[in-house]
Write a protein that binds this ligand. Structure first.
Ligand code: 5RP
Length: 220
């Protein structure tokens, strides 16, 4: 049983006609977007807001109508994945490198439904290194500033070259160990001038849809 597919498809039940829907990025929400494409073909009327070029391309292939942030102030519901989630509904995101657009979309969403398999649901955040998007300009300095907060940052690579986000920035994957105060760390990181955004999502999620290998789906 594919737990990601179970969770991804289940989340589509929250979507209603005429909604503006934030479309997340990753292999779990991929299943949500495929299902949504089927429903659109059957007549469901929604508009999607993609959180990455990859999601934009998939939505276009499936015929899901899209709208950009320039022409909307609010999103009814966003479906997105996570790299880790804790019982306080705090998340680490950005494993796929789309955290900035994902957080911008989440920030104007009335509801955020997070889809994941059971391995992502943890007591404490931090086993997954926290992705932090930084400007290319002065990134080594920004890296030292982040390191001084007590972590081991590593520049994300792609084929031995720095990974470049859809926004033209770099990503530092930062191992902070267990994160006990996500809200404070979120603010502290974003105070560093070279930090564009970090992957901690605090007070943004209201529902988690968790697929299990045994075929069961938990909705929290
Ligand atoms: C991309 C993300 C993804 O939502 C996150 O990495 C989870 O991905 P997947 O569903 O493939 O495990 O934050 O930036």
């Amino acid at each position: 049983m594919d737990a990601k597919k179970l969770a991804g498809e289940k989340a589509i039940e929250f979507i209603e006609n005429d909604m503006i829907v934030g479309l997340g990025t990753g292999s779990t929400v991929h299943w949500s977007i495929l299902k949504l494409g089927e429903l659109v073909k059957q007549g469901l009327n929604i508009k999607g807001v993609p959180t990455s070029r990859q999601t934009e391309q998939l939505a276009n292939e499936l015929g899901i109508p899209l709208v950009g942030l320039s022409s909307i102030d609010q999103i009814d519901l966003t479906v997105d994945g996570a790299d880790e989630a804790n019982p306080d509904f705090e998340l680490i995101k950005g494993g796929g490198g789309a955290l900035l657009r994902e957080k911008m979309v989440a920030s104007i969403s009335k509801r955020m439904i997070v889809v994941m398999d059971e391995t992502k649901y943890v007591a404490n955040l931090g086993k997954f290194p926290l992705p932090v998007e930084v400007t290319q300009f002065g990134w080594e300095m920004t890296c030292r500033q982040i390191k001084s907060l007590g972590c081991e940052p590593k520049l994300r690579l792609n084929n031995n070259l720095p990974f470049i986000t859809d926004n033209g920035n770099y990503i530092l994957d930062c191992d902070f160990g267990e994160i006990y105060d996500a809200e404070n760390l979120n603010h502290t990181l974003n105070m560093i001038p070279g930090v564009v955004e970090n992957g901690l999502f605090v007070n943004m999620t209201d529902t988690m849809v968790i697929g299990n290998r045994n075929g069961h789906v938990d909705i929290l």
